[in-house]
Design a protein around this ligand. Sequence first.
Ligand SMILES: O=C(O)CCC(=O)C(=O)O
Length: 203
Amino acid sequence: MTDRHAARPAFQAAGWVVLPSIVPETTWCAARTVLYALSRHRSGWRSPKKLHVEDVTGVHPSVNAMVSNPAVTDFARETFAEPVLLGARFRAPLPGYGEQTLHTDDDSGYSGAIRLLTVILPLDLFTARTGATRVLPGIHRDWSAAVPLDPCLPVDGEVCVRAEPGDAIIMSGQLWHSGTRNVSAAPRGAVSLSWIEPSLWSR
Ligand SMILES: O=C(O)CCC(=O)C(=O)O
């Protein structure tokens, strides 16, 4: 967990950082209730492994408040010349699921200036038990050779990100990361945002 002033250098060194307690409890509690209800009760395609709402923009004022969180928006403004919020989704891996092969959200071969920020806003505790995100710190290190195909195998150097509802986990699009298996008895929900620098995606 990082204090606000140390967040930028920590992010630059490791490619990820946690901004603690940036969403008020009343906001994330209301958003959590809305998003769990929406993901469970709407019609349409459903995954047996996770609850999800692909686009959460405009669904409720509390969700809008999370999506437009000022601390996250400021972080995007400090990172990019002309930041654009590309998308906001809700995902909650169900008990027994959530493990993923380590991946980057940007093209794993891309080594230019940062052009994608992934922001995860937990709505439940992120711990090793609930299937927290794991990261391989250091965006300039090529981890591709170390990444096992089996998503449950740990990798030397990985960090399991502990975070609480109200925090924001901010990751470079070039950071290797993945969800891990949720071995708790409840879903592990979060809103995730994609912020981009459009000028670096136009070529
Ligand atoms: O569930 C997580 O913690 C990470 C999710 C993720 O990396 C993805 O869906 O691409």
